[in-house]
Design a protein around this ligand. Structure first.
Ligand code: ADP
Ligand code: ADP
Ligand code: MG
Length: 663
């Protein structure tokens, strides 16, 4: 076994690899960019080496530097994690040439599976079922159109070099094909430097079910069962679970054997995932087709660890060191049910726009880190850390394990309720809505689950004004009393200093101005009135929780104040309420008008308009790219473009004015 390895990655996966290495007595070397100098993954390793600037191109993708760092520190092997260099065959080769072990498959296997079209040609030979389609070399647009017509609509155009949900266009009818092809090729060229595409049948209401495989250098293969990753947004996974609901032992064996055949066809070694798209026929019958193979450890590997009781990183290290697979196929068993939720910095109510910012508050449920438990959290950040625009928007992975799916679901909901993040937008509350939705809770899974359930997933208010306002007021009064306790003359409430028995509060809640009233009673009690509800208000502190009693309800809350905003967390969900100081804000609220600013730091991809154009409310004006995704900036109102302030390709800061509109 190795004495020392270098981890060529950052964030949660770097910490994850370090945890297993540490347990196995292997020393670890971290590499880090400027933005990550104080990052958790650096602290998690025994040594660390700076490798350059914050953007991946200047650091995590500079493999000469990484190999140099491995040599300088005496590391014997490099673990690439996922993303970055993990599926780069040139890097795998360069490691070998430098006398370092690449903890992953041989470069030839990465290459064979690297392009979706070529890998499909190989899979055809290996008799792995494929979605009907065209994955040949002819890229003439007229020929591709003929192929689409032959396959029958809807079809999916995919960038052969694509990944991460990018470079895909669904086409419903022949008239739309040409434009979709051009746009797909453009994105493929920009994102992957290769505009080759393949065309395949768009499977209706499909499930995404993937098989975890493992191979060793002696030619042994096993499959570690399946993961269902059907719940997606923008073709990216949101929730992953194992085993897949409805999976029969026969189908599991068929898919497992097909996945092993795929791995064998490319002499695969190490951890890999074969992704299948599954067509649901009537009566629970399912057809599966090969989609692609990811030649690396997958983000969602912890659900497989939970149901098998294994440590996949340990297996990777053993196989890379030349050991045989620790277990045979007939020694592998499934235990219970596991679900992973990806907690991301993003705003689900605004088309999942990624968010950046500081984790002012980051509290986790009671959990283990990087090892299977009822509740496990894998993350690469700590409270106070920043989610920057340089890397992807995942904050943490929450993995639950139960005896049954129902138990896992209940644990997931409870763990999400106990996950409190303040400082930037997250999808935590959205995940709870998904978990509780009819489709997910009844395991009615397919990739259209989120759009189908949208009525209960978006723009919901889980807490309600009375509870939010009561919690905010109770929290404020508790703090005032704490001050008063320290110095009785500092008491500032209306009752004592001015003899007035009533205090008024104003709030912003759910985008609306709201008012509330608090009356001090002679007996010492408080009467609170808000939004038509009226009754005694009382509270009790219990550790970091505040039990608030109002209008006949007792709610256990956590209130975190950030500036004027109170972030109120309850078992039902989380909300925000802004305490408005009426005097300080008098006269505010005039619309600034005409300014269109970048919602996040990123790159300007294109402008759809030029100065002098008249635009309609909602019309797309510009496209920005940040955190792996494209975002469209739309006109907030009808008007005329006065000025365009940047050019495509420009890097802009959050809040930068992109163009000026006149009314
Ligand atoms: P998985 O396939 O493991 O479920 P993703 O598809 O979300 O997970 O990809 C895992 C990570 O790998 C992403 O967070 C991203 O950083 C990276 N990644 C995957 N594909 C690409 C790609 N084509 N270009 C850049 N990064 C990618
Ligand atoms: P990536 O490399 O970006 O992960 P994949 O080929 O794995 O690309 O596809 C990503 C997702 O797109 C799948 O999980 C599935 O939701 C959807 N998808 C892919 N192929 C098809 C298809 N033929 N029909 C319907 N949906 C598909
Ligand atoms: Mg995929």
């Amino acid at each position: 076994m190795f004495n020392k390895i270098l981890i060529a990655n950052r964030g949660e996966i770097a910490c994850r690899v370090a945890a297993t290495a540490h347990r196995m007595g292997i020393r670890t070397v971290a590499v880090y960019s400027e933005a990550d100098a104080l990052a958790k993954h650096v602290a998690a390793c025994d040594e660390s080496v700076p490798i350059g600037g914050s953007s991946p191109k200047e650091s995590y993708l500079r493999w000469e530097r990484i190999i140099e760092a491995a040599r300088a520190t005496g590391a014997q092997a490099i673990h690439p994690g996922y993303g970055f260099l993990s599926e780069n065959e040139d890097f795998a080769r360069a490691c070998a040439e430098a006398g370092l072990v690449f903890i992953g498959p041989p470069a030839s296997a990465i290459q064979a599976m690297g392009l979706k079209a070529e890998s499909k040609r190989l899979m055809e030979q290996a008799r792995v079922p494929l979605v009907p389609g065209y994955h040949g070399a002819d890229q003439d647009p007229a020929f591709l159109k003929q192929q689409a017509d032959r396959i029958g609509y809807p079809v999916l155009i995919k960038a052969s070099a694509g990944g991460g949900g990018k470079g895909m266009r669904a086409v419903d009818k022949p008239e739309d094909f040409e434009a979709a092809l051009a746009s797909c090729q453009r994105e493929a060229r920009n994102s992957f430097g290769d505009d080759a595409v393949l065309i395949e049948k768009y499977v209706q209401r499909p499930r995404h079910i993937e098989i975890q495989v493992f191979g060793d250098t002696q030619g042994n293969y096993v499959y570690l069962f399946e993961r269902d990753c059907s719940v997606q947004r923008r073709h990216q996974k949101v929730l992953e679970e194992a085993p897949a609901p409805g999976m029969t032992p026969q189908m599991r064996q068929q898919m497992g054997e097909a996945a092993v055949a795929a791995a064998r066809a490319v002499n695969y070694v190490g951890a890999g995932t074969v992704e299948f798209i599954v067509e649901q026929r009537g009566g629970g019958e399912m057809n599966f087709f090969f989609m692609e193979m990811n030649t690396r450890l997958q983000v969602e590997h912890p659900v497989t660890e939970a149901i098998t009781g294994l440590d996949l990183v340990e297996w990777q290290l053993r196989v890379a060191a030349g050991e045989p697979l620790p277990l045979r196929q007939d020694e592998l068993r499934i235990r219970g049910h596991a679900i992973e939720a990806r907690i991301c910095a993003e705003n689900p109510d605004n088309n999942f726009l990624p968010a950046t910012g500081r984790l002012r508050v980051y509290r986790k449920p009671r959990c283990s880190e990087f090892v299977t438990a009822r509740v496990r959290v894998d993350d690469g950040v700590r409270e106070g850390d920043e989610i920057t625009p340089f890397y992807d928007s995942m904050i943490a992975k929450l993995i639950v394990h139960g005896d049954t799916r129902e138990q896992a679901l209940a644990r997931l909901d409870e763990a999400l309720a106990a996950t409190r993040i303040v400082g930037l937008a997250t999808n935590v509350q959205f995940l709870r809505y998904v978990v509780r939705s009819r489709s997910f809770s009844q395991a009615d899974l397919d990739t259209a689950l989120i759009p189908r359930e949208q009525a209960v997933l978006f723009n919901q208010e889980p807490v309600g004004l009375p509870t939010a306002a009561a919690a905010a007021v109770a929290h404020a009064l508790e703090r005032e009393q704490a001050l008063e306790g320290a110095d009785p003359f500092s008491r500032r409430d209306g009752f004592r200093s001015h003899g007035a028995a009533t205090r008024r509060f104003a709030f912003e809640f759910g985008g609306r101005h709201q008012e509330a009233e608090l009356t001090y009673q002679h007996g010492g009690g408080l009467q609170f009135t808000v939004d038509g509800a009226s009754g005694p208000l009382d509270w009790r502190r219990d550790g970091d929780a505040l039990e608030v009693q109002f209008a006949g309800r007792r709610v256990r809350t956590h209130v975190h104040a950030l500036g004027e905003t109170d972030h109120v967390f309850t078992p039902q969900g989380a909300t925000q309420i802004v305490a408005v100081d009426l005097l300080a804000h008098a006269g505010e609220g005039a619309v600034e008008g005409g300014r269109l600013t970048a919602p996040m730091p990123g790159k300007v991809v294109s402008f759809a308009v030029k100065a002098g154009d008249s635009v309609k409310k909602g019309q797309a004006l510009a496209v920005m790219e940040a955190m792996k995704m494209e975002h469209t900036i739309a006109a907030p109102a009808d008007g005329t473009v006065a000025e365009v302030l940047y050019a495509p390709g420009d890097q802009v800061a959050e809040g930068a004015e992109l163009l000026k509109l006149k009314g």
